[in-house]
Structures are given as C-alpha cells and as structure tokens.
Design a protein around this ligand. Structure first.
Ligand code: GLC
Length: 424
C-alpha cells in the first residue's frame, strides 16, 4: 500500500478493527465521518452487516471538516491506495471523485430506483452510478423556543428580524447573569461549510447561485454584496468572533450548552438537542432559515452517499456493505435515532420517522426547494470554485475586504476559470 505523503493527514485516520473476518472473508475499511452521532450509527450498522455476512469491518475516521476530508480522499485515491474500501461521499463530490469510484450499477439490483431521483442523478457520472444516496441535508434554523417565549418574540422570517431578536435576547440574558449568551451561531470557518452558509445568505437575498446552471458567473451583484455585509455585521455583535473558525460541531457545542438563541445547522443537530442528557431538551424549535429584503428563504442542499473505491480489493463485498448501509431499514434507524433525513421518499410517510422528527414533514418545502451548489455545472473544478467562494466570504466576514471588492475579484477569477461558461 502506498504510504501517505503528509503525516498530518495520515494521523487523522484513526482505525480500529471491529469485527474480524472469518477465514476466507474480507475485512472492509469504511470511512464514517464523526459529526455528532455519525460514527456510532455508522459503526453499528456496519457491524450488523459484518455479523450477518461473515466479513470483517474496520471503521476509518477521516477528518470532520468536509474540505479536509476531501483532501485526504483525493490524496489516497490519487495514490491508488486500498486504505479505504467504502467512502462517505459528499453530495458535491461525485464529479470530483468519479474517476476513482466503482460503478455500482452491476451490484445494486435496481435498489437506486427507491431513492430520490435527483440524488441518483447527482451520483451518476457519465452513465456510471458512482455512489448510493445515504442521507439528505438542508440548512435549518434552530431556535430556543423557551427564550423566544420569554422575550415574546416570534420566530424570525427575515435576517433583519433575526438580528434584532438575537440582540434583544442576548442582551437580556447577559443582564440576567448568563454572560456567555450569544444570539446566533453558524459555520464561518474557511471551508466547504462556509460555502453552504454563504450560499444561503446570497440566495435568500436574491443574489444568485455563485455559478448559474448555464455555467455563467454573476456573483458580483448588489444583493450578494448586501448578503455578505449583513453576515459580516453579525460577527462580534450577535455571533462570537470565534464563529470565523466554527464548523458544524463548534456551533452545535455553543447552542447545545445553552449559550445561543439561534443556530444554523443540518438536521443531525435535532436528535442531539433532544437527547436525554441535553440541557436544551424540549426547548428547541426548527424553522426555515430567514430571507433577505428582496428574496425568499434558501437552504443549501447537502447530503452524503456511500461509494466504493476503485482500488478496493473486495469490490463485490464492499458494494454489498454499501447496499446494506443505504437500505430502508438502516436509513429508518438513522432517522429515528440520529435525525438523518432519509434519501428514500417512502420513509417520509413513515409515522415513526415523522413523530421523531416533526421538521421532516413540516419543512418538506425546505428540503424540496433546497439550493444546490454549482457542483454539476463546474464538474472537476467544483472544489476550486467553492474554495474561491468561501475565501471571498471569509475575507468579508473577518473585515479584510469590502463585499463589493471581494465579489468583484471572485467574479473575475471565476470567469477566467470557467472560460465563458465552458467549465469542463
Ligand atoms: C454536510 C453536508 C455536506 C456539506 C458539509 C459542509 O456534511 O452533508 O453536503 O458539504 O456539511 O460542511
């Protein structure tokens, strides 16, 4: 097996053998990310498969930060490494990683037909099904019901109202002795998660989608600039300055400790907030993210799939593991215990799923209308595009650039990269 070039990335891979393979069987290495309950649920489902199939499974833990995870995968895959057999693949990665992933069609026995067609299309690269959908994500607004009630505030539907309410509750709670109270936490680190947050701000201000479906770049516009400026004004006022280095789990840490009124996060945060040991259990509501003055609410579409590396020595067994992990039974369990949104439409009619996760039914439109990042149109260049976008946003948030300058530079660079709309 090729050695890793950077030890820091290599060190990020922690592995432990869970279920030894029976003689003649394979031991499959599956990369499960560790956000919230992800690793535990992933391990349990993989172990169940191992016990049934007689194969072994080993859980590999890549970095939680989506951008670091991608860098690690790209490094391993470029080296043709068999260090990971089954990979957790972000909804924006199939185009980036397709060349290194196995076509699963010969193994699925048509199982993909049960999943949302848009997700399957997203995971199909030049006719090859390179990943099976596992769970869907969309950005949501989590809020403290008890605090809104105490201060007699409605759930905000505009960013402006959110800022006013956040400030009022933050000030009131601090005056009452909770010095650590903040108004709003979100993901402001320079990584893929910031691209998700910033796309929501821009799209909800009517500022477009970074790169349009036709490949054209129109991000330099006054609405997008207003969106970024609006978010920059939160930093140090209703959001801690440290938000500039927050990913999902850092923001959840603050919210779940009871130190924030509002949080932007993915659905997984729901079941943790409602957990038995949670200090905010029973005090949390979930709503659509707010809208800007000239826009309507926008949630970024996220989600994860499972893929098999082309360099796996056990492709058939690895594909079986993927089919098990993405099956209705496993997705239902993950929805009930981890509030992971299924990729199987049938499960959205399941009363148990809806009872455990009322927002899945109530916010159906949020999920159906979620805004996609321009991964399909920019194909192999998506990560460069996103990198430029999150850096531009980060520069504005941290006060290093004005929004219109940052967007002008971003647009010029994206236009060069996209050669007039011909990205591939
Ligand atoms: C979640 C989403 C993914 C997104 C990432 C950003 O993992 O599923 O689509 O890219 O968050 O941090």
């Amino acid at each position: 097996m090729p050695t890793l070039r950077t030890t820091s990335m290599g060190a990020a891979l922690l592995a432990g053998v869970l279920f030894a393979a029976a003689a003649g069987a394979a031991t499959l290495k599956i990369a499960c990310s560790g956000i919230g309950q992800e690793r535990q649920l992933c391990r349990e489902a993989a172990e169940a498969w191992a016990a049934r199939s007689g194969h072994g499974v080993e859980i590999v833990t890549p970095p939680n930060d989506a951008s670091e995870r991608l860098a690690l995968y790209q490094q391993l895959l470029a080296a043709g490494s068999d260090r990971i057999d089954v990979l957790q693949v972000d909804v924006v990665w199939p185009g980036l990683l397709a060349a290194h992933l196995l076509d699963l069609k010969p193994y699925t026995r048509g199982a993909e037909a049960q999943h949302f067609a848009a997700f399957v299309a997203n995971n199909t690269d030049r006719g090859r099904l390179v990943a099976m959908p596992w769970f869907a994500n969309a950005g949501l607004l989590f809020y403290r019901q008890d605090l809104l009630r105490k201060y007699e505030q409605p759930v905000p539907t505009t960013w402006q109202a959110l800022a006013v309410t956040a400030r009022r509750v933050q000030d009131g709670e601090r005056a009452a002795g909770n010095e650590r109270m903040w108004g709003y936490v979100w993901q402001g680190r320079a990584y893929e998660g910031l691209s998700c947050n910033a796309l929501e701000w821009v799209a909800s201000h009517g500022g477009g989608a970074i790169v349009g479906a036709d490949g054209r770049v129109g991000i330099r516009n006054p609405r997008a600039a207003l969106a970024l400026q609006t978010a920059a004004a939160w930093v140090g006022t209703i959001s801690p300055t440290a938000v500039l280095n927050y990913a999902e789990e850092e923001s959840r840490g603050v919210f779940q400790a009871g130190h924030a009124v509002f949080m932007r996060n993915w659905p997984y945060a729901w079941s943790l907030a409602q957990g038995e040991d949670s200090v905010i259990r029973g005090k949390v509501g979930v709503a659509m993210l707010p809208a800007g003055p000239a826009g309507s609410p926008a949630a970024t579409l996220g989600g994860e799939s499972l893929a098999v590396s082309r360099y796996s020595k056990h492709p058939a067994a690895a594909a079986e593991l993927v089919l098990h992990m993405t099956s209705a039974a496993v997705q239902k369990d993950r929805a009930l215990r981890g509030s992971f949104n299924p990729t199987l439409p049938a499960l959205y009619h399941d009363p148990q799923v809806l009872q455990a996760n009322p927002f899945m039914g109530e916010l159906q439109d949020t999920f159906a209308g979620a805004v996609a990042r321009p991964a399909t149109v920019t194909g192999r260049r998506y990560n460069q595009v996103s990198h430029l976008f999150w850096n531009a946003a980060h520069d504005v948030l941290s006060g290093r650039a004005q929004a219109d300058e940052a967007l002008a530079r971003l647009e010029a660079t994206l236009r060069r990269l996209g050669r007039g709309g011909r990205w591939d």
